[in-house]
Design a protein around this ligand. Structure first.
Ligand code: HEM
Length: 769
């Protein structure tokens, strides 16, 4: 019947679009893999041509793999091709006004897009207030300290930068990350079943796990957005608001009252709408930009020759300086690399779909009203007429006149403006200035600071394989974790990175204090939403530091003088201690109960403890009773229950880790929550307890994991860094006398030592805001 109806709709002489034969009702759903769906759609384009259709549960999907056709339809016929389809798992997406990018073509969308455009333009004129540089400087140093945590640091970079742009502060970044990735799941075809089996959307809330999850996520997001705007207002009142999209809006709207009530109501409505527009901009920034940053590292592993050329350009043009945004005219190759990374591995490979509002005919083919139109970005970037030898990463295509994509002058081109990867027509991406600056600075900064290479297996001496195209399956695709080395290029850069980081951290001090109220509030919401565990439920870890020498007690003077880290305490923190860092963290004495968990970074202390009879330290990791735990002052960026969440039973997790400290070099080895570590060395070149038990190739590559800390290496990495461990010495009284309890510490419930936060701020890699 459906086929007959469709044929009846066809105007005379017009053909239906080609495409694979459809099964009744489900169409071709079964053919589309969950992972890399764009590869399948691209494969079909090789069979059916650059515009073809598929059916899925009665909906017509049109796939376009030619930039020209995408322009012809989505840009030149924008009056009928600018709507958005309904997202079954977010059924009010076209009308609610919460997410501008998902709105239908209606007045709300027009109004919001105008505002978004204005805010973006204003901010771009002020060079985004240098926020990307500030965060880039922080990012480079963190990456240098722990390259294996690159995903975490990249996500921090993108979410913190866009939080600053949106609300003038980085404090909303952790919650933004959580709610944003939840939204990505909600709207992605592979993220929620109703998006594929659309009738599931009719299930009532009580019966729909997808609706329940989305509601909880949305509630949290709403509270957070309101809190963020409240924060900006509060700062404006005292004249301390940093520049931001919201501040621009509120300033222009005029914060003065004394107007007619109707005006005030109208203003409140407008402010509410602006809150959502800015929220969406933050979401878009937090979601997307991490993809090309990660793809850059992947590209450098496979194309070292381009990295060498890029380094040469930076070195010669900037005389050893780290690239700044003002240098862009001088660095065409860097701009070409940025563009080529996006072309080579499109961050939104399936595109964001449009919907057509009226029947249309293109090149003799019928496109029915209501069809979902996909500009398949993956296919568009593989069009050999525009991008010869498309599979190869080749920035030359934007720099040499022999290529179709060359454009002069090279002081301006290549750039990202008008690039197909940011969409078409009236729905084009509004965030290009942010993307351009973020990518220029991070990729340029990485090329300046590090040589990225594949790893070498220390046993076989062979290169460790790196995948080419194993990407996450959601709408925004990111490369699955892969191993690599990021070797600082010289000592000067190491020093410089530290200075840049210190400056960035210093700048944040005041801001942290000012946003304390909001941070505490959002922390409580995260707990309420189950993203974090309640403080009293957290299985606090305590580290029993015993033995002589480098084991801890003998190093107590370091605590007193604020000198180099104490080995035992360093273990307790779970972070690498850079030589000379002040690492002091002695938490209250808690009863030391059966040994349970050894999930910590093990730090071989650096200079400064050499003189303390190193080699005899033992670290035993215990689970503490937690009757009298102090409340932490600093909220964490992610869930902190992961330590005990690695799928291990308590028995499995029981372990005692012992070892001898190795002096001199500062070296981090990770210990695992599982395994019987008893009596085996945890320090040394071959740790018996390896946190990263799975190989990079077998890494779990689900986006969700990254945020929830449930599975996958990424989360293990986060857990390792975020867990709060309390140190207790078997000679605690000695330490207590060396580090007297202050009234302030007493108040916090801390009997001993300097609180953990102090050390965390000192040491990169610990959790932070
Ligand atoms: C690498 C990063 C990014 C990529 C690849 C990207 C790509 C895209 C794409 C493909 C679209 C859909 C265009 C269409 O429907 O034809 C889009 C829409 C949009 N993007 Fe981006 N984007 C990125 C970053 C950003 C950022 C940082 C912002 C922050 C302001 C942003 C804001 C938006 C908005 C507001 C829309 C919706 C426009 C509308 O529906 O009217 N994007 N983006």
């Amino acid at each position: 019947i459906q086929k007959w109806q469709e044929r009846k709709r066809l105007p005379a002489g017009v053909r239906p679009l080609p495409g694979p034969a459809n099964l009744p009702f489900i169409g071709r759903v079964h053919d589309v893999p969950e992972k890399g769906s764009w590869l399948k759609f691209y494969e079909w384009s090789k069979v059916y041509g650059p515009i073809y259709q598929t059916k899925m549960f009665g909906v017509t999907h049109v796939w376009i793999t030619s930039e020209k056709i995408a322009q012809d339809l989505l840009s030149r016929r924008a009056n009928i091709y600018s709507d958005r389809p309904l997202i079954p798992n977010l059924p009010d997406n076209r009308t609610s006004g919460d997410y501008l990018a998902l709105l239908g073509r209606n007045d709300i969308w027009k109004r919001q897009r105008k505002l978004c455009n204005h805010l973006m333009h204003t901010s771009a004129l002020a060079s985004l207030h240098d926020y990307p540089t500030l965060e880039r400087n922080r990012f480079l140093y963190l990456l240098s300290q722990s390259p294996e945590d690159y995903i975490e640091y990249i996500e921090q970079f993108t979410s913190r930068t866009v939080s600053r742009l949106s609300w003038g502060s980085a404090h909303p970044a952790p919650v933004l990350r959580h709610t944003t990735f939840g939204l990505l799941e909600t709207i992605s075809p592979s993220g929620a079943l109703p998006n594929v089996i659309s009738f599931l959307r009719h299930l009532p809330l009580a019966l729909s796990p997808w609706k329940q999850k989305e509601k909880a996520r949305h509630d949290l997001e709403d509270k957070q957005f309101k809190s963020n705007v409240g924060f900006v207002r509060r700062m404006m009142e005292v004249g301390r608001a940093e520049p931001s999209f919201i501040r621009t809006f509120l300033e222009e709207q005029g914060v003065d009252t004394g107007k007619a009530k109707a005006d005030e109501e109208q203003k409140a409505k407008e402010a509410d709408e602006a809150m959502h527009v800015v929220g969406l901009m933050a979401i878009a920034g937090a979601l997307t930009i991490g993809s090309p940053i990660q793809s850059y590292i992947l590209a450098m592993c496979h194309y070292p020759e381009w990295q060498a050329k890029l380094q040469e350009e930076i070195d010669t043009q900037l005389a050893g300086r780290c690239p700044m945004w003002e240098d862009r005219e001088k660095l065409p190759l860097l701009r070409a690399v940025v563009k080529e990374v996006i072309r080579w591995r499109p961050p939104v490979p399936t595109g964001i779909p449009h919907a057509i509002e009226k029947d249309d005919v293109y090149d003799g083919y019928f496109i029915p009203a209501g069809a979902t139109i996909h500009a398949l970005e993956w296919g568009i970037t593989r069009d050999e007429t525009t991008y010869p030898d498309a599979e190869t990463f080749n920035p030359s295509r934007f720099l040499l006149p022999s290529y179709p994509t060359y454009r002069s002058p090279l002081t301006t081109y290549p750039n990202l403006s008008g690039f197909s990867q940011f969409g078409f027509g009236r729905r084009t991406c509004q965030g290009v200035p942010i993307v351009e600056q973020d990518l220029f600075l991070t990729m340029g900064g990485m090329a300046w600071a590090f040589t990225i290479t594949k790893k070498t297996d220390p046993v076989t001496g062979r290169e460790v394989a790196v995948h080419w195209n194993d990407y996450t399956p959601l709408l925004i695709a990111k490369p699955c974790r892969f191993p690599f080395e990021a070797v600082p290029r010289d000592e000067h850069k190491v020093k410089k990175m530290r200075e840049m980081y210190d400056d960035a951290v210093e700048r944040e001090e005041v801001e942290k204090e000012e946003s304390r109220e909001e941070r505490e509030r959002t922390e409580a919401w995260m707990v309420e939403a189950g993203v974090r565990q309640k403080e009293e439920e957290i299985p606090w870890q305590s580290v029993h530091v015993s033995g002589v020498g480098g084991g801890g007690v003998d190093d107590a003077p370091a605590v007193r003088t604020g000198g180099t880290g104490v080995p035992g305490v360093a273990v307790a923190l779970g972070v690498t201690v850079p030589a000379g860092a002040t690492v002091v963290s002695v938490a209250p004495v808690v009863s030391v109960t059966p040994v349970v968990n050894a999930n910590v970074d093990v730090v071989v202390p650096g200079p400064g403890v050499d003189g303390h009879g190193h080699g005899h330290g033992q670290a035993q990791v215990h689970q503490a009773q937690h009757e009298h735990q102090p409340q932490p002052e600093v909220p964490q960026e992610g869930p902190h229950q992961e330590l005990m969440d690695n799928g291990k039973t308590e028995d499995e997790a029981k372990s005692t880790s012992r070892g001898s400290s190795r002096p001199a070099s500062t070296r981090s080895v990770t210990g695992s929550a599982s395994g019987s570590g008893s009596g085996s060395p945890i320090w040394g070149s071959e740790p018996s307890l390896s946190f990263r038990s799975s190989s990079a190739e077998s890494s779990d590559c689900e986006e969700r994991d990254v945020m929830d800390g449930k599975r996958g290496e990424e989360n293990e990495g986060q857990a390792r860094r975020r867990v709060r461990i309390k140190a207790v010495s078997n000679a605690s009284s000695t330490i207590e006398s060396l580090v007297p309890t202050t009234p302030e510490r007493e108040e916090k419930g801390l009997r001993l030592g300097v609180d953990v936060r102090e050390a965390e701020e000192e040491v990169p890699g610990a959790w932070r805001w």
